[in-house]
Design a protein around this ligand. Structure first.
Ligand code: GCB
Length: 618
């Protein structure tokens, strides 16, 4: 290869790479509040199990070829009658976006592989503005093309990404094509084995956002760590004019301040505040916050609260709190698919409210940004997690990078949400040296990005007879003694036998039981020793709550789980039918008996915690 062409190839590769990674780093804060063109709706799709639209018959990728054409992303129409073209989006069926493909088309229920999506839309881009194509989530690997040219690729089924399309967006008709591939792979995050349905496709909102040429790309405005009388944060400007004046206003708190961004576009703020009404589940106060420069303006609703641990207590705004929680999957059982709209999300959180929860564990991956915003409004504290689940490829540096990138995106997206009090670095990961290194690095990474929230993981326990031991050394790096336990379900034994167990927890930290539970088929009744009955699950909850109440330092729980959810691991034809039945709500939205046991426990706990200073450890 000639030197020149080698250099230009290198530049091409580097610029492609930086374009792809830029999709991650510059995620625009609060992007849905911008002027947007929604691309939600019906998108034409082509099922492509052999990836013919991506590779030629020698398995070379069309988008890496000299011409960069030949794939389905060209979105071609037959131009003369002799032309051979083996695809045609216009005559292909459609899928709703947002929405997983599995719940929309029967033959796609178990499909894993590639599906191509195409949407045509018109635009009238204005001079001097920038345009970003934004995806809330695509599971798992997305290759995105606009008007036949590749914008980039994104991995991770639950995190948002965007591309700057200012130079590519045409006045008039445009075609956006997405290759969505949900193939499970050992070295990915999550890995091949999970206990949830591998819903594929464009599962969250898609839109084009417009900003000025120089714009407010990111900001963090929160209470300072350890100082409830101070608001602290940054504003990041992007574009040509970075060193501008920025004004931050919180009218209801009497705040208006102007600072100048440095040459990198960064402006730091630190503001003394008094008489602030702090955010809490009882009073989820959100302040209107506006940030403006000479040419840009963005508004948000932000709550202010502090969350710390002290010995075995969790202090919310300085007061001991008990986390009355429940675990939730991003799935609407009524449509047996991923939640698709604000209504679906609101329904799930309302169900948690009916249980008298003040806390939700959004398991096991980042949920919709809208879900976290609703939790902010509805007064539910949030445990947010990334899909570092079970057996990740701990030794693979690329796997670590991927997990860390998913965590960074989650923190970047949700850092202004008062509701989020815990970042979780993973769930039930098996002990080993390489896992310890991986998980501790994740925890340190989280702390380096955000020192105002708690860092945790759902750990595992081990048993010696009736002693339940929690001594995973990762626990030393975390703020909570948080773990899953399956007494009277996977451990065997009947619910009554739970009274024999006691816990030996090695850390002086607040204890949060991140999972316990058992399956019940709604409407199936029997005695309390008969598995799969509502009575068994009810007795399991009664006995679990008695057992757990004896733990010194118990400060919260998120039983498994709010509602029955689909899982390929659950084939029992009589009881499961490919549903994990540990829900307190059935897949038709019916409350099972155990629901009322947990609700009563939460009602009583709430009363106890309303008596001042209850539970405060010295
Ligand atoms: C667990 C996992 C969760 C499963 C649950 C179960 O420990 O964390 O993802 O769904 O158990 O039902 O087995």
């Amino acid at each position: 290869m000639k030197k020149n062409s080698y250099i230009s190839l290198l530049i091409l590769v580097t610029s492609l790479f930086s374009r792809i990674s830029a999709a991650q780093e510059n995620l625009i804060q609060n992007i849905s509040a911008r002027s947007i063109i929604s691309l939600n709706g019906r998108w034409n799709y082509i099922i492509d199990p052999y990836e013919n639209g991506y590779y030629d018959y020698r398995r070379e990728a069309f988008d890496q070829s000299k011409s960069g054409t030949g794939g389905y992303f060209d979105d071609k129409k037959q131009e003369d009658k002799s032309e051979l073209l083996e695809y045609d989006f216009d005559h292909s069926p459609t899928l709703a976006v947002p929405g997983d493909w599995n719940s929309q088309v029967e033959k796609l229920d178990l499909y894993e592989g590639t599906i191509w999506y195409r949407n045509k839309f018109t635009a009238s881009p204005k001079q001097g503005k920038r345009y970003f194509l934004y995806f809330g989530a695509v599971n798992y690997e997305a290759h995105v093309y606009l008007n036949g040219k590749k914008l980039g690729m994104h991995k991770g089924g639950f995190t948002p990404f965007q591309f700057d399309i200012t130079d590519r967006l045409k006045a008039g008709e445009n075609s956006v094509v997405v290759k969505a591939d949900n193939t499970r792979k050992k070295e990915e995050v999550p890995t091949i084995n999970t206990d949830w349905w591998n819903y594929g496709g464009i599962t969250r909102d898609v839109f084009i956002a417009e900003t000025p040429a120089s714009y407010i790309s990111d900001y963090q405005i929160q209470l300072s760590k350890g100082n409830m009388g101070q608001i602290e944060g940054f504003i990041q400007l992007s574009g040509a004019e970075k060193s501008q004046k920025v004004t931050v206003e919180i009218p209801a708190a009497g705040i208006k301040t102007t600072v100048k961004a440095d040459t990198s576009g960064r402006a730091l703020i630190k503001l003394a505040v008094n008489n602030l009404e702090y955010w809490s589940p009882e009073s989820p106060k959100l302040y209107d916050v506006t940030i403006s420069t000479s040419n840009d303006h963005i508004s948000d609703k932000i709550g202010f609260r502090s969350i710390v641990t002290k010995g075995k207590d969790i202090l919310l705004n300085g007061k001991p709190v008990f986390l009355r929680g429940i675990s939730i999957h991003d799935e609407n059982p009524l449509i047996a698919g991923r939640a698709r709209s604000e209504g679906d999300l609101r329904m799930l959180l309302s169900w948690a409210k009916e249980l008298n929860c003040n806390f939700v564990r959004l398991a096991h991956y980042p949920h919709n940004e809208e879900m976290v915003r609703l939790a902010d409004q509805m007064g539910l504290m949030v445990w947010a997690e990334v899909p570092v689940y079970w057996t990740i490829a701990w030794d693979n540096p690329e796997t670590y990078k991927n997990a860390e990138a998913q965590m960074s995106t989650l923190i970047t997206r949700d850092k202004n949400r008062a509701a989020v009090i815990v970042w979780s670095v993973g769930n039930e990961t098996p002990l080993s040296d390489s896992r310890y290194t991986f998980m501790s690095n994740m925890a340190s990474h989280v702390r380096s990005m955000d020192n105002t929230r708690l860092v945790a993981a759902a750990l595992e326990v081990h048993r010696k007879g009736f002693e339940v031991i929690v001594d995973d050394s990762l626990g030393e790096k975390l703020d909570l003694a948080s773990f899953n336990e399956y007494g009277a379900w996977y451990w065997g034994g009947t619910p009554k036998e739970l009274s024999k167990y006691h816990f030996n927890i090695k850390y002086n930290k607040p204890v949060v039981i991140t999972e316990f539970g058992g399956d019940a088929l709604a409407g199936f009744h029997g005695d309390e020793d008969t598995r799969w009955t509502e009575e068994y699950q009810e007795a399991l909850y009664v006995n679990q709550l008695n057992m757990l109440s004896k733990i010194d330092g118990l400060r919260g729980m998120t039983p498994w789980i709010l509602a029955d959810f689909k899982s390929p691991r659950r084939p029992h034809p009589l009881y499961q039918n490919f549903y994990n039945r540990k829900g307190l709500y059935s897949e038709t939205g019916k409350k099972k008996k155990a629901f009322f046991i947990l609700k009563k426990f939460y009602d009583d706990t709430e009363k106890k915690y309303n008596i001042k200073s209850y539970g405060a450890s010295k």
